[in-house]
Design a protein around this ligand. Structure first.
Ligand SMILES: Nc1nc2c(c(=O)[nH]1)N=C([C@H](O)[C@@H](O)CO)CN2
Length: 118
């Protein structure tokens, strides 16, 4: 199994459980590891045969920046659903960080793995 990855994908959204969080936008940072078989793309040298990290990044940014969930768990799950369902990715590991949420921590977040490893 090969990996195509996206690291440090940053945007902001309305996210949080507290009242004061519902009226502001906060930074979110995503890292993704996407299962792939890179040999097909390498053989043809064609983007159609590759896991297109640019297309996936754009879709995620559009979704996250429009979202208004309370929990980062919910947002992470929805992003995983989109990537698995719309891009034919069989397995992923997704890290969603909310830097600044805990003042004394560098960042906090969740890590999920979804799908089946090929
Ligand atoms: N496991 C989680 N814990 C907390 C979350 C969350 O989304 N998942 N959110 C908050 C608050 O919104 C926090 O980010 C405010 O600083 C607290 N704990």
């Amino acid at each position: 199994m090969d990996i195509v990855y996206i690291k440090g994908l940053k945007t902001d959204a309305v996210i949080g459980v507290y009242d004061w969080e519902r009226g502001i936008r906060q930074t979110l940072v995503l890292d993704l590891e996407l299962a792939s078989d890179n040999r097909a793309a390498a053989a043809t040298d064609a983007i159609e045969d590759a896991v297109d990290y640019d297309a996936i990044s754009g879709r995620i940014l559009a979704f996250v920046s429009d979202s208004e969930f309370e929990l980062i768990e919910t947002l992470a799950e929805r992003v995983a659903d989109i990537v698995l369902g719309e891009f034919g990715i069989p397995w992923l590991r997704l890290t969603l960080a909310k830097p600044g949420a805990v003042a004394a921590a560098e960042d906090v977040g969740v890590i999920i793995e979804r799908g089946e490893k090929p």
